[in-house]
Design a protein around this ligand. Structure first.
Ligand code: CAA
Length: 244
């Protein structure tokens, strides 16, 4: 297999780290890109992942993101694979949701996808190969009480996927979404126990998912052999939301 250079945004997070590890195992050169607030964990994270690199930038900011993606391109190599896994929650009932909570989630979860993808998309097209995977959420498909901001951003990610898939198709660039359900991570650990119990009761498989169960789907999507799969959304949610 030809080694590809992959960038994983939110790469130091729980799902992001699992994606990094799975891509390394599949033989790729992997760069994690995360928010500057994650930099305190970088040394420990990198010590467990020799061969990986970590960069830090606020992906909600277009200029910083562009510069960082360009630095990665020149220091590590042209980016063949981009996994957009950066994301945050600011849950609140809509009547209590502030404009700031709306803005933070939309900029960190959706603007970040534009900001990370725009600097690398043209290069992928010019080289005739690219894989973009957007990590959305079951709550972008079905909506979730308390997540008007997050559900909107995650649904927006798949709209982006479908549009960009059409623009990249002729140049060998595929764009797909993976929509995780409730995965055991610090993000879901922060949900109030009574709210989480309500969700858990609705999962046919009877348990939360694991980060590696998302990562294996990403590895599948980025393989050169997955060339005929584009513009799609793969739910990995234990049956919490079944769709066709
Ligand atoms: N359906 C209907 N009513 C609900 C509800 C639901 N699913 N969840 C909460 N409520 C109701 C409560 O029963 C309560 O009603 P009463 O006042 O009549 O008793 C009311 O909402 C409470 O709302 P409050 O505004 O007072 O706030 P709260 O402190 O209880 O918190 C909340 C509200 C933030 C929405 C909280 O319920 C919550 O965290 N819900 C879970 C949201 C969730 O699933 N987030 C996922 C985070 S992880 C993630 O996003 C990863 C991923 O991709 C899956």
């Amino acid at each position: 297999m030809t080694q590809k250079t992959a960038v994983v945004t939110g790469g130091l997070g729980a799902i992001g780290s699992a994606i990094v590890d799975a891509l390394v195992l599949a033989g790729h050169r992997v760069v994690a890109l995360d928010h500057p607030s994650a930099e305190v964990r970088a040394a420990e994270w990198l010590a467990m992942r020799p061969g990986c690199a970590a960069f830090f930038a606020d992906l909600a900011d277009n200029e910083t993101s562009s510069k960082t993606m360009q630095t990665i391109g020149s220091q590590i190599g042209p980016v063949d694979v981009l996994v957009n896994a950066a994301g945050i929650t600011r849950d609140a009932r809509f009547v209590k949701m502030s404009a700031e909570q709306w803005r933070q989630v939309l900029s960190s979860n959706l603007d970040s996808v534009f900001n990370a993808t725009h600097p690398v998309f043209a290069g992928m097209c010019a080289r005739g190969f690219g894989r973009i995977v957007n990590i959305a959420s079951v709550n972008g498909q079905k909506g979730q009480f308390g997540q008007a901001n997050y559900s909107a951003a995650k649904a927006g990610m798949h709209g982006f996927t479908m549009a960009l898939a059409q623009e990249g198709a002729a140049q060998g660039v595929t764009v797909n979404t993976v929509s995780p359900g409730y995965i055991a991570t610090p993000m879901t650990a922060a949900i109030k126990p009574e709210a989480l119990a309500k969700v858990n009761a609705q999962i046919p498989l009877g348990r939360m998912g694991r980060p590696d169960e998302i990562a294996r789907v990403v590895v599948f999507l980025v393989a050169p052999e997955s060339a005929y799969l584009t513009g799609t959304n793969i739910p990995v949610n234990g049956g919490l939301y079944m769709s066709h």
